[in-house]
Design a protein around this ligand. Structure first.
Ligand SMILES: [Cu+2]
Length: 135
């Protein structure tokens, strides 16, 4: 009795994990993101390496926000500053109340940090991640 209940719990948890992965892990060349003060929604992105990616970003916040992709192997330290500028792979900025559509070429496969480069927003927790998968 006890054992079968445990097994049921394990199976249920595994199916939850699997369905969560399935929904979030499909690489796409068409990203949509909404900025608020101070969050990216969604904050996890999966794209195929080397492909042209179109991103539509809507700023629903009250201040300017940026979607900054850091270069592979680099992350922002305690705060986003001048020393991080050279580590930017690509970025787009959107004024409050506006939307922007832009394109970039997905870099090589790996895990990339996404940050907002507007002063103070990184510290406020405006961060995300982009997984680039081999096509
Ligand atoms: Cu921001």
């Amino acid at each position: 009795m006890k054992k079968s209940f445990l097994l049921l719990v394990v199976v249920l948890m595994m199916s939850l994990v699997l369905s969560a992965c399935g929904a979030g892990n499909a690489p796409t060349t068409n990203l949509k993101v909404e900025f608020t003060d101070f969050t990216f929604t969604p904050d996890i992105f999966v794209v195929p390496a080397g492909q042209e990616i179109t991103i539509t970003a809507k700023n629903a916040g009250a201040v300017e926000h940026e979607f900054v992709i850091m270069k592979l192997g680099t992350t922002v330290g305690e705060d986003f500053g001048d020393e991080d500028e050279e580590n930017i792979y690509w970025e787009v900025e959107v004024q409050p109340g506006e939307s922007a559509t832009a394109t970039f070429t997905a870099p090589e496969a790996g895990e990339y940090q996404i940050v907002c480069g507007t002063e103070g927003h990184f510290v406020a927790g405006m961060v995300g991640s982009m997984t680039v998968v081999a096509p």
